[in-house]
Write a protein that binds this ligand. Sequence first.
Ligand code: ADP
Ligand code: MG
Length: 255
Amino acid sequence: MNLIEIKNVCVRYGPIEALCSISLTIASGDYVAIIGPNGSGKTTLFKAILNLLPLTEGSISLYGTDVRRFTQWNKIGYVPQVSRNLHKGFPATVREIVASGILSAKSFPRMIFRKDFSKVIRAMETVGVCDLSNRLIGELSGGQQQRVFLARAMVNDPDLLLLDEPTAAIDPATREQFYKTLREINSQFGKTIVLISHDASNIGHFATKLAYLDKHMVFYGRFDQFCASPEMTRYFGPHAQHLICGQHCPMKGKL
Ligand code: ADP
Ligand code: MG
């Protein structure tokens, strides 16, 4: 089943063309990494998928319904791109941050009930932050905070997770661990994942598909296909082959 179908989408901000002729299909069970330079329209694509801005051209459907008429937003968990320089004393615990995700799916009365806390605990267990439950969010490392925001996005048990540069400002080892957690969430819990990453060299080893965006869709396919493609050499240069693709592509043969 196709969860997201994007057909010939263009988005303009006044005179700025942010996206042009984008077509992309994301199926249930995919783990898609979107890469591209700064300003290439990655965040704009997420905002368009979430119906947060109007399309200049084209159409997007979610679960077969035009995005403008789509209402089942609790099926989608979103981790937006934000600077996470939270003050050390920011007055919210990990449990409270994760619980706030429950409110976003509720209409009036927007209250958290005792029964909601089993969802909070399940989400914290899934991403491995239960032991941090009572800690203040601002006291945690960047990698730990990122897991907490992932738990918040997962608290309503969505099928689809959209993550916008969740690993910016995290050290490489923690970042890889985070990608691995996402792969487990993808394979064990069957969640479909779309992740924007600035980290072309690593994410390709974890995601099942790669989309290279630069206002238009430069490439969309498996990582090993990307490594062998002329687009790879054209955009990153002949010497980047080794850096980005390494000596082997671990996803090769698994698909
Ligand atoms: P990315 O996430 O790939 O860095 P964005 O989607 O944020 O790229 O931005 C794509 C282009 O659209 C950039 O040129 C950016 O300056 C422009 N842009 C993004 N948001 C707005 C906005 N709200 N108003 C005007 N221009 C914007
Ligand atoms: Mg962005």
